[in-house]
Design a protein around this ligand. Structure first.
Ligand SMILES: [Zn+2]
Length: 134
């Protein structure tokens, strides 16, 4: 650790350094770098189909006891992307990101990043979506 009047190390009761305090001047100098660093290390949204949700989806189909057959059609209310069957569509416009045996399927629209949630109830399916901000 280096000693500098603009840098202060904050320690816990045992003297272990817990955090570092910087003068505003120094912070303003390095803030853009840290910002870029944090942005770069953010995990990107997975754009490949993961096995976990597929497994849950298979279980949902296995125990399907709703009053209507399962429909594999998905469409994005935000950008208009749609598929008649997300499982076999060569373009793979939607990725299943979450599924549960209770009837919830969550898809990610690859085109615009919108999350499409299909909630299966006994008599009908409800669709909700949320679009990414920014
Ligand atoms: Zn979309």
């Amino acid at each position: 650790m280096f000693d500098h009047p603009e840098v202060r190390y904050l320690t816990d009761a045992k003297g272990n350094v817990e955090s570092v305090q910087l003068s505003l001047k120094l912070w303003q100098l390095i803030e853009p770098k840290i910002h870029a660093q944090l942005k770069a290390s953010e995990a990107p949204t997975p754009l490949v189909q993961a096995a976990g949700p597929l497994k849950s989806f298979e279980q949902l189909l296995q125990f399907w006891d709703f009053k209507y057959p399962y429909s594999p059609a998905v469409d994005c209310p935000y950008c208009g992307a749609k598929t008649a069957d997300w499982r076999s569509d060569a373009e793979q416009p939607f990725i299943l990101t979450n599924a549960n045996i209770g009837g919830l399927l969550v898809f990610l629209c690859k085109g615009c990043g919108t999350t499409v949630r299909q909630k299966h109830f006994r008599d009908h399916m409800a669709v909700e979506h949320s679009t990414p901000k920014g």
